[in-house]
Design a protein around this ligand. Structure first.
Ligand SMILES: [Zn+2]
Ligand SMILES: [Zn+2]
Length: 157
């Protein structure tokens, strides 16, 4: 697993190569997402950012998120309405997310064959895929070990 500083340096390099502006706010938002043990929601990012930048407003956060997603540095989790840092943003990839409903930790899988298969099947029906989101909700190994109870179906906070 890439370490935190490497990840930020790599993101900076990647933006530089593409001529994309990795502004201090964008960097800070990425750092916060990468640093969080689970995924983060936009309002959690805003709360954190506001303690450092009094001028931070929702559009500031949303614009930064949009940029980070466009650059492949962050993925949006549709089912949680939250964000997670991509562990390997250097190349475009299909991905599947394993999302723990208890601790909100997210693991990313890269089974390209699954995305390819779905895209092909959709195309056979004349459907053009513009965005593909594959999210598996459940309980991670750590939470399962810790609880020793059958899966909890707690609602998200
Ligand atoms: Zn990714
Ligand atoms: Zn968990």
């Amino acid at each position: 697993m890439t370490d935190f500083c490497d990840m930020i340096r790599q993101a900076e390099r990647q933006c530089q190569q593409r001529g994309a502006r990795f502004t201090p706010i964008r960097r800070r938002v990425l750092e916060m997402i990468a640093d969080a043990p689970g995924s983060l929601k936009a309002y959690e990012l805003l709360d954190r950012l506001a303690t450092e930048h009094a001028a931070a407003r929702p559009p500031t956060v949303y614009r930064a998120l949009e940029f980070l997603i466009d650059q492949g540095l962050v993925h949006r989790i549709e089912s949680l309405n939250a964000y997670v840092a991509c562990p390997c943003p250097e190349h475009a990839h299909g991905f599947q997310l394993l999302i723990c409903r208890l601790c909100r930790r997210v693991e990313e899988l890269h089974l390209d064959e699954i995305n390819d298969h779905l895209t092909r099947r959709a195309r056979e029906r004349g459907f053009v895929v513009q965005r593909q989101t594959i999210e598996l909700l459940g309980q991670c190994d750590a939470c399962r070990q810790a609880s020793k109870r059958p899966a909890l179906y707690a609602e998200f906070p």
